[in-house]
Design a protein around this ligand. Structure first.
Ligand code: GDP
Length: 533
């Protein structure tokens, strides 16, 4: 087996799917796994979810609300390539988790509902992709239902996301009249056949080449006329696919289909295989010098983008999701943080579509799970040499702050430990005010408090109450000169707190107040994200 990290990296495609809830992310995930041969029956993604859910109590919330809270990784091989699909939670309250997952993806698929176009959550997630220059492939889903006009859809992407759109296929009508799509580069028509009820897998139809007898033979005259006219307009009026523009994030290739009917999914996967980027060199600091770490580098490097704790409530286990950036990882290796903390990785987990396995080796682009009993943090850079620090993964300033108390006062100490442990996982953020005893918990969305409440009960046996806090915003503070920072902290004691790492945080009573304090203290930086070293 070839095992050179540069060669292995070149055949990796690590991607995430972004969408507004209900656009069809879960269905498309299932379709891609089926197309890649990673699962064989429709419904297995849901079945796997079910099995996992029964394991852990806190996931009750997922069941009750029908949302998926935890991201996972699914790896599959297809046509000589290794795909790593990073699953992201869809609900908006968990967007912080989603943001972090996107830091580990090399590209993203944006799924749009053909009847709705760009929705609020699509836009938010898109902005994160743009921050990191992640190339985006668009999949316009649900073409088997009445759709908006394709020109209107592409125009909306163009105007709302400021990106050129290059259709790779062009649809022949939609809804009841949906007949298939034309491959704009080969002039072949891919006919749509509605799957019979209970039929699994793919309705693979022969492509019909223009000029042959079979070309558009099953398509009604009105649909054919419409297709020929609109495809011509699309070809003349819309940008052509350009690999460089795509990789730089200026252009998105657009695919059409129906995830539910398994139509257009193989074409989307072929598009990812051909054009989506393999792992790229990443900016990092190596021994204090800024440089780039290329996938072919011998030193095994990477970063933790997510921590999931208590997957099994009987053991206080924690799994750090480690995205490999360079080198050939082998089981049993010791990986170190830049601060010198070492983790001997005996049982790295590999997340296949249906199960977890122990990974004997892994390459750039892959994600392995590192079990540990604490010590790992989201944003940690790990390397064999212990010399590499990647640009941090930001922690977002919480938008809702609450004071937290435990009903049984004897359990105050436990509360602190439990909160810190969940804080390390990034579920919520915990701040310890410099003055006064009650801890302040911050979250980006309200639903996170429900998750916290559930998990405190189920995993730590703690009955907690959240109370309104006088604070509405938190900002990490820093300054070029230590003395300036110390002076500010000193005079702001009553509103200062520390985060889990002991970094100073200013708790503001309103956004306005923060603006005011900021103006009065020009030497102090107020940041709503914290980049971890
Ligand atoms: P998610 O919230 O983005 O994960 O969306 P789901 O994959 O759960 O899909 C939401 C709903 O849309 C479900 O009822 C799906 O069956 C349905 N759906 C997904 N894809 C299609 C499609 O291509 N055509 C039709 N008609 N329905 C679809």
């Amino acid at each position: 087996m070839s095992a050179d990290p540069a060669t292995e990296a070149a055949r990796r495609r690590t991607f995430a799917i972004i969408s507004h809830p209900d656009a069809g992310k879960t269905t498309l995930t299932e379709g891609l796994l089926l197309a890649g041969g990673a699962i064989h029956l429709a419904g297995e993604v849901a079945a796997r979810g079910q099995a996992r859910r029964t394991k852990s109590d806190w996931m009750k919330i997922e069941r009750e609300r029908g949302i998926s809270v935890s991201s996972s990784v699914m790896m599959f091989e297809h046509q000589g390539l290794v795909f790593n699909l990073l699953d992201t939670p869809g609900h908006e309250d968990f967007s912080e988790d989603t943001y972090r997952t996107l830091t580990a993806a090399d590209s993203a698929i944006m799924v749009l509902d053909a009847a709705k176009g760009i929705e609020p959550q699509t836009l938010k997630l898109f902005e994160v992709c743009r921050l990191r220059d992640i190339p985006i492939t668009t999949f316009i889903n649900k073409m088997d239902r009445e759709a908006l006009d394709p020109f209107e859809l592409l125009d909306e992407i163009h105007s709302k996301l400021a990106m050129d759109t290059a259709p790779m296929y062009w649809p022949a009508a939609s809804g009841q009249r949906f007949a298939g799509m034309l491959d704009l580069s080969t002039e072949e028509f891919v006919p749509f056949r509605r799957l019979e009820h209970g039929e699994e897998g793919f309705a693979v139809e022969d492509r019909q080449k223009r000029g042959t007898n079979s070309y558009l033979h099953n398509v009604t005259d009105d649909v054919r006329k419409e297709l020929e006219e609109t495809a011509e307009l699309a070809r003349e009026g819309l940008p052509k696919f350009d690999l460089t523009a795509f990789r730089e994030g200026h252009l998105t290739p657009v695919y059409f289909g129906s995830a539910l009917r398994r139509f257009g999914v193989l074409e989307l996967l072929a598009g990812l295989a051909a054009n989506a980027p393999p792992p790229r060199p990443l900016k990092a600091t190596v021994k204090g010098t800024e440089t780039e770490v290329a996938p072919g580098r011998a030193d095994v490097t990477g970063f933790i983008f997510k921590i999931q704790a208590n997957m099994d409530p009987k053991h206080r286990d924690r799994v750090g999701f480690f995205r490999i950036s360079s080198g050939k990882f082998q089981r049993g290796m010791t990986l170190k943080t830049a601060a010198g903390k070492g983790f001997n990785v005996h049982n790295p987990l590999m997340f296949m579509a249906q199960e977890r396995e122990i990974a004997d080796e892994a390459f750039p682009g892959d994600v392995i799970g590192i079990p540990s009993h604490g010590g790992l943090r989201v944003g940690d850079s790990l390397s064999q040499s212990g010399e590499v620090v990647f640009q941090g993964i930001p922690n977002f300033a919480p938008e809702i702050l609450k004071r937290v108390r435990v009903r049984d006062p004897l359990k105050q100490k436990h509360l602190r430990k439990a909160l810190e442990s969940l804080g390390e996982e990034g579920v919520t953020q915990v701040f310890k005010p410099v003055q006064g005893g009650d801890l302040v918990v911050g979250a980006v969305g309200a639903l996170q408090f429900d998750v916290l409440d559930e998990r405190m009960k189920a995993e730590y046996g703690l009955d907690v109450v959240f109370e309104t806090s006088p604070y509405q915003a938190a900002r990490w503070v820093s300054a070029d000169a230590r003395a300036d920072l110390d002076a500010f902290i000193d005079k702001s004691q009553s509103q200062m707190a520390e985060d889990v790492d002991g970094s100073p945080v200013y708790l503001g009573k309103s956004a306005w107040e923060i603006g005011y304090v900021q103006e009065k203290n020009p030497k102090v930086r107020f940041s709503d994200t914290k980049e971890r070293a």
